[in-house]
Design a binder for this molecule. Structure first.
Ligand code: SF4
Length: 231
């Protein structure tokens, strides 16, 4: 039953690529890095996944672009940059000084590993300061192209309403998806992108915009509300 709903959601997201694209999500293939608002590489995905924690995406995006223009999205260059150089660029992002230290530490780890591919190890990622489950799984899926579904607050809210169940913790989203949808990198990317798009564009905590939502025909929350209103 749940697996069938995931298949339906994937079909809807596939048919509404324009809506996802408007929100910055381009999921074109399993191995593409072109997914997150114009970011272009595994390095940019890793850096932005650290910077975006408790910060606005719009600021993070502009800072990553500034780093790219200065060659600092290359981990060798990043590791050799001074903290002050990075502070000057990243000032404005919440907790930027802590995040600079984390980025330098990550650069060091990747350089010591000798290959970015060795970085895509969930146990390793979770042992690094500043990388929790959501960040780890986002990096694994979108930069490493590994079939790990990222838990997220958007996922918890949207899937609770669509499925008509009470998902208490965002970690439960990961389990629900991975137990009911065969591990497929492209489908996991599309499902995550679609859920985050719906969460940001329509499924607000208060007063969700159900009439405009691309999931309105399959969402239990919405269908039950219509049923109640017509009684
Ligand atoms: S139909 Fe409404 S409740 Fe359901 S996912 Fe869309 S916005 Fe959220």
């Amino acid at each position: 039953m749940v697996s069938k709903i995931f298949e339906v959601l994937l079909e809807i997201f596939e048919h509404n690529r324009n809506v996802l694209k408007e929100k910055g999500w381009i999921v074109s293939s399993e191995n593409s890095y072109e997914w997150w608002d114009g970011l272009k590489s595994a390095e940019e995905i890793i850096i932005s996944a650290i910077l975006v924690q408790m910060s606005r995406w719009e600021i993070v995006k502009s800072k990553v672009e500034e780093m790219r223009n200065k060659g600092l999205t290359d981990f060798y260059r990043l590791y050799n940059a001074t903290e002050q150089e990075l502070y000057d660029i990243l000032k404005g992002i919440n907790f930027y000084k802590t995040k600079v230290k984390r980025l330098i530490n990550i650069s060091k780890i990747i350089i010591n590993l000798g290959s970015i591919d060795k970085f895509y190890d969930r146990k390793l990622l979770l042992s690094i300061d500043g990388i929790g489950e959501e960040t780890a799984d986002s990096i694994l899926l979108f930069a490493g192209h590994k079939p790990n579904f990222p838990p997220s607050e958007y996922g918890r809210r949207v899937l609770s309403r669509v499925l008509g169940i009470n998902i208490m913790k965002k970690n439960e989203v990961k389990t629900l998806v991975e137990e009911n949808l065969e591990r497929n990198v492209y489908e996991y990317k599309l499902l995550h992108a679609g859920i985050v798009t719906v969460g940001r564009a329509f499924c607000f905590i208060k007063n969700p915009k159900c009439e405009d939502c691309i999931l309105k025909n399959v969402c239990k929350y919405h269908l039950e509300k219509i049923h109640r209103d017509t009684k």
